[in-house]
Design a protein around this ligand. Structure first.
Ligand code: RBF
Length: 164
């Protein structure tokens, strides 16, 4: 199969999420895009048997807050298996783009290592809104779908390696 992006995933290789509990943190900046990503993630988790009760959705003001949200969720819900962080940062005229993207990518890595659970980076970092729409259900797939698949695969890997 041609692999241009993970949205072309092979459904037979995706583990069932029947027993999994997954958090989703969504940034409200560029909400039209982040809502489309979140819808893709939730639809995909439901498709792979994650129950409605086991999907915990929270919203944060902007992408910068995703790290804190993931940390809070994992700290306060011992049964959570993973958190998917969804945001969209669009390049502007000032340097905020670099600071936010760097903070989120590093922050998510730190939270994952601190809690020893997968924390998924579903952050669009684009030059303009067209590129973002292309990746939120447009011609380059839906990165929320890909985040959900990644979460399922990483949780299954963790359970396999820890023999749970
Ligand atoms: N948050 C986003 O999720 N996407 C953005 O494109 C974005 N652009 C921002 C631009 C500026 C100049 C500032 C100050 C903030 C921006 N934020 C953006 C919000 C940021 O993630 C965070 O919510 C705020 O900085 C408060 O901590």
């Amino acid at each position: 199969m041609k692999k241009t992006n993970l949205s072309d995933y092979d459904p037979s290789l995706v583990p069932s999420g029947k027993e999994f509990r997954i958090g989703i943190a969504v940034a409200e900046w560029n909400r039209e895009i982040t809502d489309a990503l979140a819808d893709g993630a939730i639809e995909t988790l439901r498709k792979y048997d994650v129950t409605e009760d086991n999907i915990l959705l929270v919203h944060v003001p902007g992408s910068f807050e995703l790290t804190t949200a993931a940390d809070l969720m994992l700290r306060n819900d011992a049964k959570l298996d993973a958190v998917i962080c969804i945001g969209c940062v669009i390049q502007g005229e000032t340097r905020h783009f670099d600071f936010i993207c760097e903070a989120v990518s590093q922050g998510i890595t730190n939270v994952a290592l601190k809690h020893e659970k997968p924390v998924i980076f579903s952050l669009l970092t684009t030059n303009n809104s067209e590129q973002a729409f292309d990746r939120a259900g447009g011609k380059h797939g839906n990165k929320g779908v890909e985040g959900a698949i990644t979460a399922l695969k990483m949780i299954a890997l963790q359970k396999q390696l820890e023999n749970k």
